[in-house]
Design a protein around this ligand. Structure first.
Ligand SMILES: NC(=O)c1ccc[n+]([C@@H]2O[C@H](COP(=O)([O-])OP(=O)(O)OC[C@H]3O[C@@H](n4cnc5c(N)ncnc54)[C@H](OP(=O)(O)O)[C@@H]3O)[C@@H](O)[C@H]2O)c1
Length: 248
């Protein structure tokens, strides 16, 4: 796909991977729709992209809330008149053991990491089907193919994303000419660990920085650009991307 002039919606664009992807795609001439709950952060990123000659538009969106998704997508479609690329990136990872019964955190992970992907996909896909073109990229994780103690609900949510992506590829690839890619990164330098309320798991995650060179959001953006720029007959269905010195 030639990227210049295309429109992308990136959820979770206010931080980390989403922010990095938004900046990298904007530098390629993509018009980027930035979505997250933190509208002020989005507007700052939007300004930076515009100052660098790019085109960006911010929408406040809670992916877990269908009404908020509907309103945000309407605003974006009115501004850009269509979405060619959807990047389902918003996600949270509050690690803890099951017998800590952090049930509110389980609910939040299901609502953002699973329902969020479903809500945004359902809102964006119809207009891709109508024009018989589009590319959906979903953020799974190494936790979408391997299992880790303390990450039961997170791993389940990222396995969901991987399974949902591949079945979506089977159902809409040939039928509607829409490509689907699932990306499964290892450790990336972002704010993902900030919401971990369990002190032991939070420290364990922070300590990973001493064991390996974390990937950057730009590394993940570059892998997405590879998938997006591949010829239309080629669907990069999965990408598993790890730090070279990650031993597991
Ligand atoms: N970092 C890693 O090592 C790593 C590895 C593999 C996969 N991933 C995946 O990569 C994705 C991005 O994570 P990150 O590492 O970049 O973390 P991050 O820096 O914490 O960014 C998470 C983003 O998700 C947004 N978000 C959270 N809840 C939301 C909601 N209800 N509605 C809309 N947006 C919401 C946040 O914005 P607001 O708070 O402003 O809404 C933020 O922009 C996640 O799906 C994560 O599971 C990360």
């Amino acid at each position: 796909m030639e990227l210049k002039g295309k429109v992308a919606l990136i959820t979770g664009a206010s931080s980390g991977i989403g922010e990095g992807v938004a900046k990298s795609l904007a530098a390629k001439g993509v018009k980027v729709g930035l979505a997250a709950r933190g509208i002020e952060k989005l507007r700052t990123i939007e300004q930076e992209i515009k100052q660098n000659g790019g085109d960006a538009f911010s929408v406040k969106m809670d992916v877990a809330d269908k009404a908020s998704v509907h309103t945000g997508i309407q605003e974006l479609l009115e501004h850009y008149n269509g979405v060619d690329i959807l990047i389902n990136n918003a996600g949270i990872m509050p690690a803890s053991d099951i017998d800590s019964f952090k049930i509110d955190e389980w609910d939040s992970m299901v609502n953002v990491n699973i329902n969020g992907v479903l809500n945004v996909t359902a809102a964006v896909l119809p207009q891709m089907i109508e024009k018989r073109s589009g590319h959906i990229i979903n953020l799974s994780s190494i936790a979408g193919r391997k299992l880790f103690k303390g990450l039961a609900v997170y791993c389940a949510s990222k396995h969901f994303v991987a399974a949902f992506s591949d079945i979506m590829r089977m159902e809409i690839g040939k039928k509607h000419n829409i490509r689907v890619t699932s990306i499964q990164p290892g450790a990336v330098e972002t704010n993902l660990y900030d919401q971990i309320s369990d002190k032991t798991y939070k420290q364990g995650m922070e300590d990973l920085r001493d064991q390996m060179t974390f990937l950057t959001p730009t590394d993940i953006a570059n892998s997405m650009i590879y998938a997006l720029e591949s010829p239309d007959y080629l669907d990069v269905s999965e990408l598993f991307i790890l730090p070279t010195d990650q031993e597991w």
